[in-house]
Design a protein around this ligand. Structure first.
Ligand code: CTP
Length: 400
């Protein structure tokens, strides 16, 4: 919560400038107030009038806007803020800040202050990776500037990589974290999150698994931890398996994951984000299966794995207060997810279509249909980070 906090928001010119409008709303919703400054090029991307209407204060663009220097000088402007947030922060703005240049209102306010500064860089991947930008970012970090993001993903210019501005929800979370004493709505709550794929051995070197990257589970664990929850993160072998601020339990096969969940109980909330194998090989070979031992491909016999989500959802005693499942479908999303929601017995279900052409597995984006006892709603296309923030906020609201 940001009650009583005043944010000076510097919007510099980039395609992400439109997201600053969402950030203004989020800061206000969290109880904070916003004074916005637009650089000249930002005003090409968003209208100062819209920003003024949203923030409830004139959007300042030029040094000369401050005609009544005694009333609202740039020194006063930046000093009266509890935090200055530059979002989006272009390579140019960051370079100016790193080198102490002050040739417009935005850069002057950033220089003329001892108020803490947070930046959310947004630029083309090559600009982000350029040696000059890297040097500037190192300088800024050394100077105590807080850096949020950037995210990795597809750019407006069609290239792919790090450089997209962090989602407004993530910037808000960073702002809230910055203000010590900001009450954390999930403080004292204990949450279990499963994540990543499971790996079912065939023999000591071969296994059956799936393409889950662990990105969504990691983002959810971090978002819950950022709201103050104590998070036990139970992960299969995944590319993304190191959420900050969480206790991490690493497992391999589904039955180990089930045992780890059991051990982690009791919990207030359990989020089952893992892509758990439904079957394991009934009798995995103790030594490597040799080609010469078989004329035809060797047969594999499967036995079912425990359905962890269903088991925990239907516990008669010790069931977490809130059990959240996922549904990974390929086609006919809403109907299949509705059936899955009914069959699993969880409280909430987040369904997405993981058909290869949607690029959900391993990608940054997803498109969630959210189910609860009231029905279902489409969240629309979002980054996994944004889904995590939204879900964490919903969990916090559940306990309010
Ligand atoms: N799940 C689980 N244990 C399993 C299988 C799935 O806990 N053995 C959980 C997943 O973590 C997810 C939900 O159940 O929250 C749905 O997983 P999904 O793979 O979409 O569906 P399945 O139940 O495996 O059914 P199907 O493969 O037929 O779609």
């Amino acid at each position: 919560m940001l009650h009583g906090k005043h944010i000076l928001l510097v919007i510099s010119g980039g395609i992400a400038a439109y997201k600053a409008q969402t950030l203004i709303r989020l800061i206000q919703k969290a109880g904070g107030t916003v004074q916005a400054i637009l650089t000249k090029s930002a005003a090409e991307f968003v209208s100062p009038l819209t920003v003024a209407a949203l923030s409830g204060k004139p959007a300042l663009t030029e040094l000369f806007d401050l005609t009544q220097e005694t009333e609202i000088g740039h020194i006063e402007l930046s000093r009266s803020a509890d935090l200055i947030v530059a979002a989006p922060a272009t390579a140019n703005l960051l370079a100016k800040l790193a080198h102490g240049l002050a040739d417009d209102l935005a850069s002057t306010c950033l220089l003329a202050t001892d108020t803490p500064i947070m930046t959310a860089p947004a630029m083309n991947v090559r600009m982000w990776e350029a040696a000059a930008t890297r040097r500037n970012m190192a300088t800024l970090r050394e100077n105590g500037v807080i850096v949020v993001g950037p995210d990795e993903g597809e750019m407006a210019c069609g290239e792919y990589g790090p450089g997209r501005m962090a989602e407004p929800e993530a910037i808000l979370a960073a702002i809230e974290t910055h203000f010590e004493g900001a009450p954390k709505p999930l403080a004292g709550r204990y949450v279990i999150v499963t994540s990543g794929p499971t790996r079912e051995p065939i023999d000591p070197v071969r296994y059956i698994s799936n393409a889950s990257s662990g990105k969504q589970g990691t983002a959810i664990a971090e978002a819950l931890a950022a709201l103050g929850a104590k998070v036990s993160f139970i992960t299969g072998p995944a590319e993304y398996a190191n959420p900050q601020g969480c206790d991490i339990v690493r497992v391999t096969a589904a039955r180990e994951m089930d045992a780890a969940v059991e051990k982690a109980l009791p919990a207030d909330v359990a989020v089952f984000c893992a892509a758990v194998a439904d079957w394991h090989v009934a009798n995995p070979a103790q030594t490597k299966i040799k080609k010469e031992a078989f004329e035809d491909p060797p047969p594999l016999n499967f036995a079912p794995n425990p359905d962890i989500l269903k088991r925990i959802s239907t516990l008669e005693s010790g069931r977490p207060d809130l059990v959240i499942g996922f549904a990974a479908e390929t086609g006919d999303l809403e109907a299949r997810a509705a059936r899955k929601f009914a069959a699993k017995g969880c409280d909430w279900l987040l369904a997405n279509d993981v058909s290869t052409h949607h690029g959900v597995f391993g990608g940054n984006g997803t498109d969630i249909v959210f189910f609860d006892s009231n029905g279902h709603e489409r969240w629309g296309a979002m980054t996994k980070t944004a889904v995590a923030q939204k879900l964490a906020q919903k969990v916090a609201a559940h306990f309010r």
